[in-house]
Design a protein around this ligand. Structure first.
Ligand SMILES: [Zn+2]
Length: 310
């Protein structure tokens, strides 16, 4: 529900709420996320407010909201970069899909994530879309880097600027607990310490077996990561792990995993600066994807493939 964001993003909330209450939508919105950690859930709660007959207000999600969550709702198209760029073909598909009349409701929404990655030709075709808006089609562009976008696109959208929010609690939580475990041995949380050990088994295994790891994911990952929260936490641990691999490669003191210094060193020897930065970037990207409720088995397979693809 959009209300969840009223405190953290009061201005954006007011604008969007007003829009919904008056049923007066712009043809195009540009969300400038400014690194706000919860920007994707916020955008999708706005999408629900537009497409769900109850504007996303119900205790249990309705079938439409559920379809939006799993990105199976026919009146919603979500476009994200295919590789480095959002390609023109991705937008051609969008046009074709939307040329058919709305099946289930009266409005259609397309969301373009990482909109700064529209290249010249895809930007041109989106411009055509924005210049000749069709009734009941709403465009939502999302970017964390508005300065890389064409002014002609920006000027045709209603801009919603989010303010940078605090880090999500679970990151701080993992970090604090991890520090406790690794540096202050008196206060060890047994369960968590077991989890950390298991999670860092994954990069150790992967760095030796690469693509083959996919076959053994049940053992090295799925059997002990049971839900979304655990998955998010596991990603935090992986990110900290690879940050320490980077530290090791640069001969800087480790930030987190001093007790695993030898392991980290071994992994560092198998990498170079470029490959570690690539992995960190992929990890951060995939951590965002978790928020979309993507199938987690598939997500991890794709992660490994992306790790390999440089
Ligand atoms: Zn709903």
């Amino acid at each position: 529900m959009l209300e969840e964001f009223a405190q953290e993003q009061p201005i954006a909330y007011k604008i969007l709420k007003n829009t919904i209450d008056n049923d007066k939508y712009s043809h195009a919105y540009l969300f400038e996320t400014n690194g706000y950690y919860n920007s994707i859930p916020l955008v999708f709660s706005f999408v629900k407010a537009i497409l769900c007959p109850n504007h996303g207000h119900h205790q249990d999600p309705c079938p439409i909201c559920q379809m939006i969550d799993s990105q199976n709702y026919p009146e919603l198209q979500v476009i994200k970069p295919d590789g480095l760029w959002i390609k023109k073909e991705q937008l051609v598909n969008l046009k074709e899909e939307f040329n058919q009349k709305a099946l289930m409701g009266s409005k259609k929404v397309y969301v373009i994530l990482e909109a700064e990655k529209l290249n010249q030709s895809s930007a041109n075709s989106i411009l055509k879309f924005l210049e000749e808006p069709e009734e009941n089609i709403i465009a939502i562009l999302v970017t964390n880097n508005i300065y890389q976008m064409l002014n002609t696109i920006i000027s045709r959208c209603q801009k919603i600027s989010l303010k940078e929010g605090a880090k999500p609690l679970n990151v701080e939580d993992t970090e604090t607990k991890l520090n406790l475990i690794l540096f202050n041995k008196k206060d060890i949380d047994e369960v968590l310490s077991e989890k950390i050990k298991k999670v860092i088994n994954f990069p150790k295994y992967y760095e030796n077996h690469h693509l083959e790891t996919i076959v053994y994911m049940n053992v090295v990952w799925h059997d002990y990561i049971k839900n979304k929260d655990e998955l998010l936490m596991a990603f935090d641990i992986l990110i900290m792990y690879y940050k320490d691999v980077l530290n090791s490669l640069l001969n800087i003191k480790l930030d987190y995993f001093n007790t695993y210094e030898n392991d980290i060193k071994t992994v560092a020897q198998k990498n170079n600066l470029e490959s570690i930065c690539h992995k960190l970037k992929i990890l951060l990207e995939y951590k965002e994807k978790i928020k979309f409720n993507m199938n987690t088995n598939l997500l991890m397979d794709e992660l490994i493939i992306s790790f390999e693809r440089r």
